[in-house]
Design a protein around this ligand. Structure first.
Ligand SMILES: Nc1ncnc2c1ncn2[C@@H]1O[C@H](COP(=O)(O)OP(=O)(O)OP(=O)(O)O)[C@@H](O)[C@H]1O
Ligand SMILES: [Mg+2]
Length: 252
């Protein structure tokens, strides 16, 4: 067995208000794998994601990414690792800085990770092209684009630094169903092209089923079930997973 790309063990986080948001959660991802993380609102998915990305310090537990202990990484080391581990946030309204054009948003991420000025413009155009946004739209602001286009740009920005892992936190949840399917298909296609591993977070098990190889189900801060997507989709063991599944409206 090769070592996993990401291995999070025993992560816990209690907020000052006393909420135990995450309680002893362990997750691991192999290179190129898509792991779905599902659970209802407030079950601790985003808090887990933030600890994985070291945007939030865990009270307990450890995150090892590509052999590096992220929980102990400092300054320069952490900055270098961040190029290899990127976030695609939730909403089209907040995933991009409204004051930057979409081209500038991608360029900003590249500059932050040491790309040379001379190489940035071509990379921005290439990334926009790969997510199906005309490179000529690089000068547009997020509010001048549709929600689906903004999420395509958010994907382009995250993938621009050639990361080994991206964390998509409800990255398609705010989109209409038909646009959601388009962006999911794009994500799957980009995954195949780049070999990036994805931690794909959603409250919607139907969305996760569409894309993930494996699924972990969270309930009240804990992982209650984990396994192959097809197995969990067709024969869940945990009563909470069964309830999540039964709450999914039939496909029209
Ligand atoms: N900064 C914070 N301070 C206090 N409590 C917080 C904070 N962030 C999250 N929580 C609480 O921790 C719990 C888990 O929140 P989290 O955002 O991780 O859930 P989630 O599964 O991502 O939910 P959603 O599907 O709504 O995004 C919730 O009870 C939430 O209210
Ligand atoms: Mg969340």
């Amino acid at each position: 067995m090769t070592e996993p790309l990401l291995s999070a063990t025993g992560l816990s986080k209690r907020f000052p208000n006393g909420v135990a948001a995450v309680d002893d959660v362990s997750l691991s991802l192999r290179r190129g794998e898509i792991l779905g993380l599902v659970g209802e609102s407030g079950s601790g998915k985003s808090t887990t994601a933030k600890m994985v990305l070291r945007l939030l310090r865990p009270d307990a537990g450890q995150v090892v990414f590509a052999g590096h202990d992220l929980t102990r990484a400092t300054g320069a080391q952490l900055r270098r690792l961040r190029a290899r581990l990127q976030l695609v946030p939730q909403s089209p309204q907040t995933s991009l800085n409204p004051r930057l054009t979409v081209g500038e948003a991608i360029a900003f991420n590249l500059r932050a990770h040491g790309w040379r000025r001379s190489a940035i413009q071509a990379r921005v155009a290439d990334m926009l092209d790969r997510v199906g946004v005309p490179p000529a739209d690089a000068g547009r602001y997020p509010h001048e684009m549709s929600g689906g286009q903004v999420q395509r740009v958010a994907l382009a920005r995250a993938l621009a630094t050639d990361p080994e892992l991206i964390v998509c936190d409800e990255a398609v949840s705010a989109l209409d169903k038909s646009i959601q399917a388009q962006v999911l298909n794009l994500l799957a296609e980009l995954q195949r092209e780049t070999g990036v591993a994805i931690l794909f977070i959603s409250h919607d098990l139907a969305v996760v089923e569409h894309i993930a190889d494996r699924v972990a189900v969270m309930y009240l801060g804990r992982v209650v079930e984990e396994g192959d997507t097809h197995q969990i989709w067709t024969a869940p063991n945990d009563p909470y997973t069964r309830e999540l599944l039964s709450s999914i409206p039939p496909i029209r």
